[in-house]
Design a protein around this ligand. Structure first.
Ligand code: GAP
Length: 438
């Protein structure tokens, strides 16, 4: 197996070679902090989002979904505190040939990571929000921000959701979507980028329930990663120290993954008190209190916020799935994705691409499976090569059609992880695969 040091390089190389992730606008030299998901990456990332949505919305009674706009009224960001506080400290290297820009915590032994220089400007705050303007006029009244988090879209719709769904406490609202931050130093592949996708929940409850709900969400979010195949030893919880917390927060716990570049945050679960709804009530002048339908008592609910990054989760699933082994003196690279996350579930492969009967049966099998199983047909190489290619993208099963299949109406099903093969009657194939893929 790879050492931690080169595992990341191998995953990055595979991501490009096999069409998971490409550099944004690569033909123009690329754009720092932005990445494109290729044919397999888009399937994988979509599966990550779907698995999240299923787990936090469809499989629960107390959750609903939302899809708010990226552009929001600029007052939103005054109320949330982002305009005043959403900043990283930054220093510039004073070497005129370098002028690198860094967060002070990135300087090891007070040395510039780019040129080794030791003189820097005083640290100053750098707001991370990306600005643009709407409408024909580009003046101060047209300024809007690309949202730096999806969370505020949920808070500003709190009353709309209650009015339209008659939800009672406790309940939560989930949303996935793009967020943008002008990170000073994007890096570690898709881990820290300027455009990324978040998977966020705002869970509203009575103040006295907040601690219990906070603990529940920590466990439930931790288990989600494990249930989808992340190795237990690569995942841990990190409770924030008091001095890391925002002044209004009662607690925050991160789910961290053991990336090749060190333990790093996948998701934070925060106990935010009633800060956000109170702020939006103050800035909008709207009454955002919850009214108990029985006692008619009015109050601001407390909020638990499990907030994760889809790109980071996808990267962790890729790193964790990467597996190498030697088979017959050659290297076999397998992405051992959980079947629910695998971009392709089944590849249907004809053993002889010039045999019309085999090709016709293989295409017929594919067209029947594809109704509810994501599958591909491939005849572009010899079978050994096709197996290796499917292993590298994590395809769970290969179904091979051969001359014998035309006579006995059976096909060979090859299992990705064990490479074991078994003959399955074509008429049972769909049911067999469905059962194994659940
Ligand atoms: N609403 C709370 C919030 O946005 P955050 O810790 O700033 O909290 C939540 O972000 C998650 O979003 C992080 O745990 C991470 O997974 C993801 N995320 C944040 N900044 C990111 C970046 N620059 N690139 C990729 N993912 C990022």
């Amino acid at each position: 197996m790879s050492s931690q040091a080169d595992l990341m390089d191998k995953v990055v190389a595979l991501a490009k070679r096999r069409g998971f992730i490409f550099q944004s606008s690569e033909i123009y030299g690329g754009l720092s902090g932005a990445w494109d998901y290729g044919p397999y990456g888009v399937e994988l990332k979509r599966n990550v989002k779907n698995a999240w949505w299923q787990s936090v919305v469809h499989w629960r009674e107390d959750m609903v979904g939302l899809d708010a706009a990226i552009l929001m009224h600029p007052k939103t960001w005054e109320a949330s505190g982002h305009i005043a506080n959403f900043a990283d400290m930054m220093v510039d290297c004073k070497n005129p040939k370098c002028s690198g820009r860094f967060r002070p915590d990135q300087l090891k032994d007070h040395k510039c990571p780019k040129c080794g220089g030791t003189e820097f400007t005083e640290p100053r705050a750098f707001n991370l929000m990306l600005k643009t303007s709407v409408g024909a006029m580009e003046d101060s009244s047209s300024v809007v921000y690309l949202r730096p988090e999806t969370a505020q879209g949920i808070f500003v719709n709190f009353q709309n959701v209650i009015d339209s769904t008659h939800r009672k406490l406790s309940f939560g609202i989930a949303q996935t979507g793009k967020s943008f931050r002008n990170e000073i130093t994007p890096g570690n592949f898709t881990f820290r980028t300027r455009e990324f996708e978040q998977m966020e929940i705002e869970y509203f409850c009575r103040p006295e329930q907040a601690l219990a709900k906070y603990e529940e969400w920590i466990q439930s979010r931790f288990s989600w990663y494990i249930d989808l195949g992340i190795k237990k030893e690569n995942l841990k919880l990190r409770v924030h120290d008091k001095d890391e917390l925002a002044h209004y927060a009662a607690g925050c716990t991160d789910v961290e993954y053991n990336f090749p570049f060190g333990w790093s945050e996948l998701e934070g679960i925060a106990n935010r008190g009633d800060y956000d709804l109170k702020q939006h009530a103050k800035f909008s002048g709207k009454d955002l209190q919850y009214q108990d339908p029985v006692t008619l008592e009015k109050f601001f609910p407390h909020v638990i916020e499990p907030s994760g990054g889809c790109d980071r989760a996808t990267l962790a699933f890729m790193v964790d799935a990467y597996h190498e082994e030697t088979v017959n003196d050659t290297l076999r690279v397998v992405m051992k994705f959980h079947p629910r996350l695998a971009p392709i579930k089944v590849a249907v492969l004809p053993l002889l691409k010039k045999n019309e009967g085999i090709v016709a049966l293989a295409k017929k099998i594919k067209s029947e499976l594809q109704k509810d199983i994501v599958c591909v047909y491939d005849d572009t190489a010899a079978i050994g090569k096709l197996y290796r290619r499917q292993d590298e993208v994590g395809t769970v099963f290969c179904v091979t059609v051969d001359v014998q299949s035309l006579e006995d109406k059976q096909v060979t099903v090859r299992h990705r992880d064990t490479m074991q093969q078994e003959r399955i009657p074509v008429e049972n194939l769909h049911r067999y695969l469905k059962e194994k893929l659940i």
